[in-house]
Design a binder for this molecule. Structure first.
Ligand code: HEC
Ligand code: HEC
Length: 351
């Protein structure tokens, strides 16, 4: 973890007094004299959105590949029952999730984990709540083949898609091969489509890029609480508000050990550890956490204020703290500035 705040308290003071920060023009920073403003400026810089979406060299994007990936993402024929698509659980009108505490899969089976949103994953390093997939390409096979999700072996998917008139042309356009409908190309197209799902610009982003009036003073104070006293930015760092790492935050533990399942014996810190979720476009009403165990934002804040259950695996970044009523409201006001205007998604025409 990078130390974030050499001058936490100064920043908090600067923010609560409503000092403005020198705007950035043409990419170069305006010199700022006041040390508190200087460090606020540096802090804000850590939350600046990148200008471009990264794609891996091995799977470069083309419009044809994105269009194919989108069709596959919305196509229920990728599931055995022909009734579950990726979008059944990752529904664009529910923030690319499903609004449920835990996902419901094949045969209406309730799964142990909550469906995460899938925005901003082009920048991700490890996928699933426990990080067991190291790329979006590798991840895409998992829900298709899982018996309690889409329940379709990849070979069966390929056979079925070969039987759908229209897919051959789409795959050829995207991949150009003679035998383009392969498991590898299915997952490559799905991964490419998902990399294009990026959160829209939120009021917070406009503030970061210098528009002082983009967010209210309460949200600016909330940012100071978030990065200061409450210590949230220790894990929810960077413009995606995640360090892409795994932590035990001391929630009610069940059978699911999270990252702990993959840790060598003796590595205590990974027991009960799950991937830090992004806080962009956070659902206003829960459910929250990997298993939907917390249902309101107030209860999330209570959990952090208490510091979580003390156990050997608890992250050392989890420290209890007290928030005044105002600080609590400010923190929530700040989190709301991470919400972008909803983008309308046109459903693809399936072949
Ligand atoms: C039955 C509901 C369901 C279906 C169908 C489904 N998912 Fe998911 N998705 C989930 C759940 C639950 C998780 C978390 C799984 C875990 O951590 O073990 C998840 C995790 C993911 C992640 C990882 C996100 C992250 O932040 O690490 C990606 C990417 C993803 N799904 C993409 C897909 C794609 C692509 C499809 C279709 C091929 C799909 N999902 C189908 C429920 C579903
Ligand atoms: C030690 C690292 C760490 C710190 C500090 C931390 N978080 Fe988290 N946060 C996580 C992890 C990891 C999860 C997912 C835990 C799980 O599901 O088991 C999470 C989950 C959340 C969620 C639920 C998001 C969702 O989609 O379910 C919210 C909201 C949240 N954190 C807000 C905060 C706030 C506000 C603070 C500061 C008061 C904070 N976090 C401090 C690591 C941290």
């Amino acid at each position: 973890m990078k130390p974030l705040l050499p001058l936490r308290s100064l920043i908090a003071i600067a923010l609560s007094c409503g000092f403005s920060v020198a705007p950035i023009r043409g990419g170069s920073a305006v010199a700022v004299e006041d040390p508190a403003q200087q460090s606020l400026h540096e802090l804000k810089d850590q939350f600046r959105r990148p200008a471009h979406v990264p794609f891996p060299k091995a799977n470069p994007p083309t419009p044809a590949k994105v269009a194919l990936g989108k069709a596959l993402f919305f196509d229920p024929r990728l599931s055995r029952s022909e009734s579950i698509s990726c979008a059944t659980c990752h529904n664009p009108s529910l923030g690319w999730s499903d609004g449920l505490p835990r996902a419901v899969g094949f045969g209406m089976v309730s799964l142990p984990r909550r469906t995460p949103s899938i925005r901003n994953l082009a920048w991700g390093a490890a996928f699933q709540w426990d990080g067991r997939a190291d790329s979006l390409e590798a991840q895409a096979r998992m829900p298709i083949a899982a018996p309690d999700e889409m329940n379709m072996p990849m070979d069966a998917v390929v056979e079925r898609l070969k039987g759908v008139p229209g897919y051959a042309a789409l795959f050829r356009e995207a991949f150009g091969d003679d035998e383009p409908i392969t498991a590898r190309n299915v997952t490559a197209a799905l991964a490419t489509f998902q990399r294009t799902l990026v959160s829209g610009e939120a009021p917070f982003d406009r503030w970061i890029s210098g528009e002082e009036s983009a967010i209210e003073p309460d949200a600016k104070r909330g940012f100071a609480v978030f990065t200061g006293k409450a210590g949230c930015a220790a894990c929810h760092s960077g413009w995606r508000f995640t360090d892409d790492s795994f932590h035990d935050i001391g929630l009610k533990a069940g059978e699911d050990l999270g990252r702990g399942k993959f840790a060598p014996p003796g590595v205590i810190a990974m027991q009960n550890a799950f991937k830090t979720p992004s806080l962009r476009d956070l659902q206003i009403r829960g459910p929250y956490m990997h298993d939907g165990q917390i249902d309101s934002l107030d209860a999330v804040l209570d959990h952090y204020a208490k510091g979580g259950e003390k156990r050997p695996s608890l992250s050392f970044e989890m420290k209890s703290f007290e928030l005044s009523e105002r600080e609590r409201r400010d923190l929530v006001a700040f989190l709301r500035t991470l919400q972008a205007e909803p983008v309308s998604v046109t459903l693809p025409q399936l072949p």
